[in-house]
Design a protein around this ligand. Structure first.
Ligand code: FIX
Ligand code: ZN
Length: 440
C-alpha cells in the first residue's frame, strides 16, 4: 500500500484542506474544526419557546440545577426540608454562597456556571447575584435562545417530551409551532416504567387499556403512540431504564415494549433510545437530585438488538462499568448506536476514558456526546467542555495514524468530526416529514 509521506515542516506551505498535515499541525487543526463545526445535541431537557415556562434559563435556574443541589447539601447545614421551603431565588442565593463564595467552584457543575457567567462577560466572583439577575432578566427568550445556541456551537437541540405530563400535554394539544432548531422526542417512562400509575390517563382518553396491559392494551398503546407521533414528529422515542432492567422478562412494561413501542418505531422508522442504569430516588429527600447509578446487565440490550434487527437502538449507559461492554455490543450489532457520556459520566476524567475506548473500538461510528442540559445556558459550558476534552483525544488518534503510516488532512478531519457530532445523529433520527405508512 502506497504510504502517504509528509513533506517536512519547513517545506510545508500553509496547508490547504487537502494537504497532508505535519504531526505538529494536527492539534490546532482539530481544535479549529471542532470550534467551527455546528453540532447536534441529541438529548436535552430544553424546550423551544413555544413551551413557555417549561423552558428553564437564567442564573437562578442555573444555580438550582439538581447537580448543584446535590453538591450544596454536602457543603451547607441547610437540610433538604429547609431548602425546599425556600423560594427559587433564596435557594440560588444559598447555593451561590456555599459553593461559589465559601468554596472554590472546582467541581464540573460549579465550574460550568462560572464559564457561563464569563461567556456573558458577567463577574464570576461577586458576593451576590444581583448583576447576573439583572442581565438575564433583561433578555428576551427567543433572541437569547438563538444567541446561546450560537455560543455553544450547536444548531439542533433534541428535546424530551412527555405526552402524559399534564402541563406539557396541554401545550401540545393547543398546537406547538415547529422551531427549526428543536426536535421533539416521545418519552415513554410513564408508559414503560410506571404504567400502573398512568394507565388510567390513557383509559380516560378512550384507549382500551388495563393495569396489567392485557387484552387490547398493547394495540391501544400503539394507537396512542401513533397519534402523538403524528402530533410531535419525534426524532426518536426514549425511555430511562433502571439498572435492574431485564429482557426478556414477563412484565407489563416489556409487553408494551415488544408489542407496542418497537412496532411503532418500525412503522415510523425512528430509533428507540434506551438510557440504562438509573437507580431512581435512592435519597427521595433530594428530589430530582436523589437518583443514583447501578451496573446493568446489558444482556437485556443484546437480546433486544438480536431479537429486533429491524429496530434501531440509541443507547447510553450510566455506569462506568458498563461502558466497555456497550462498545463491544456496538461491534456486534449495527442497529445499536452508543451515544453520550451521560450524567455522572459527563466529567472529563471519564469522558476521556469512554471516548478513547469508543474511537479505538468503533472508529467514528458513534455519537460522542449529548448535553442533557436542563437549563438553556448549560449548553455553553457542556459543549465547550466537550470540545476541550475530546480535541486532544482526536488529535492523539490522528498522531498515531500518522506515525503508523497514513497522514490526515483538514478535509478528512472535518469529515470525521462532522460524522461524530452531526451526521451520525442526523442519519439515525427520524425526519420531520410525514411518518412512513409502511407498517413492519
Ligand atoms: O432520564 C433522563 O433523561 C436523565 O438524563 C435525567 O432524568 C437526569 O435527571 C438528568 O438530567 C441527567 O443529566
Ligand atoms: Zn436526560
Amino acid at each position: 500500500m502506497k504510504t502517504a509521506y509528509l513533506k517536512s515542516t519547513d517545506q510545508m506551505a500553509i496547508s490547504s484542506d487537502g494537504d497532508l498535515l505535519a504531526e505538529t499541525q494536527i492539534p490546532k487543526v482539530v481544535e479549529e474544526v471542532l470550534a467551527s463545526t455546528q453540532f447536534v445535541d441529541i438529548h436535552t431537557h430544553l424546550y423551544s419557546p413555544a413551551f413557555g415556562k417549561l423552558g428553564l434559563w437564567g442564573i437562578d435556574e442555573l444555580l438550582t440545577y439538581h447537580y448543584l443541589e446535590a453538591e450544596f447539601f454536602r457543603s451547607s447545614d441547610t437540610t433538604p426540608q429547609q431548602y425546599w421551603a425556600l423560594s427559587k431565588r433564596e435557594q440560588a442565593d444559598r447555593i451561590w454562597q456555599a459553593l461559589f463564595v465559601e468554596n472554590n467552584p472546582i467541581s464540573e457543575a460549579t465550574r460550568g456556571v462560572i464559564a457561563v457567567l464569563k461567556a456573558f462577560q458577567l463577574p464570576t466572583d461577586s458576593a451576590d447575584l444581583s448583576e447576573a439577575r439583572s442581565f438575564f432578566e433583561a433578555q428576551s427568550v427567543e433572541a437569547h435562545i438563538e444567541r446561546v445556541l450560537r455560543m455553544a456551537g450547536i444548531d439542533l437541540v433534541v428535546m424530551t417530551n412527555d405526552p402524559l405530563d399534564p402541563a406539557e400535554g396541554e401545550i401540545w394539544l393547543s398546537g406547538v409551532a415547529n422551531h427549526n432548531q428543536f426536535r421533539a422526542v416521545l418519552r415513554l417512562d410513564r408508559i414503560l416504567i410506571t404504567w400502573p400509575a398512568h394507565w388510567q390517563v390513557l383509559a380516560s382518553q378512550g384507549f382500551q387499556v388495563d393495569q396489567q396491559a392485557s387484552g387490547k392494551s398493547a394495540q391501544e398503546v400503539r394507537r396512542f403512540l401513533m397519534e402523538w407521533a403524528e402530533r410531535m414528529r419525534p426524532a426518536y422515542m426514549a425511555v430511562s431504564l433502571p439498572d435492574t432492567f431485564q429482557y426478556p422478562s414477563e412484565t407489563a412494561g416489556n409487553r408494551l415494549l415488544k408489542e407496542a413501542v418497537l412496532p411503532a418505531c418500525r412503522e415510523m422508522q425512528i430509533p428507540l433510545s434506551l438510557m440504562i442504569g438509573v437507580r431512581k430516588q435512592v435519597n427521595p429527600s433530594l428530589r430530582l437530585a436523589g437518583d443514583a447509578v447501578g451496573k446493568a446487565d446489558l444482556r437485556a440490550l443484546e437480546n433486544l438488538c438480536r431479537e429486533f434487527p429491524e429496530n434501531r437502538f440509541l443507547v447510553s449507559v450510566l455506569s462506568r462499568e458498563n461502558q466497555h461492554e456497550l462498545c463491544v455490543y456496538a461491534r456486534k450489532f449495527n442497529n445499536l448506536m452508543p451515544f453520550g457520556c451521560w450524567w455522572f459520566m459527563n466529567n472529563p476524567s471519564i469522558v476521556e476514558e469512554i471516548t478513547r475506548e469508543r474511537l479505538e473500538m468503533l472508529g467514528t461510528s458513534f455519537i460522542p456526546q449529548h448535553s442533557d442540559a436542563r437549563v438553556l445556558e448549560q449548553v455553553i459550558y457542556k459543549w465547550n467542555n466537550t470540545r476541550r476534552t475530546i480535541g486532544p483525544i482526536l488529535s492523539e488518534s490522528y498522531r498515531l495514524l500518522t506515525e503508523d503510516g497514513r497522514g490526515v488532512t483538514r478535509r478528512s478531519i472535518q469529515g470525521d468530526i462532522t460524522r461524530l457530532f452531526r451526521s451520525n445523529a442526523e442519519a439515525w433520527m427520524g425526519s420531520r416529514a410525514i411518518i412512513s405508512e409502511a407498517p413492519r
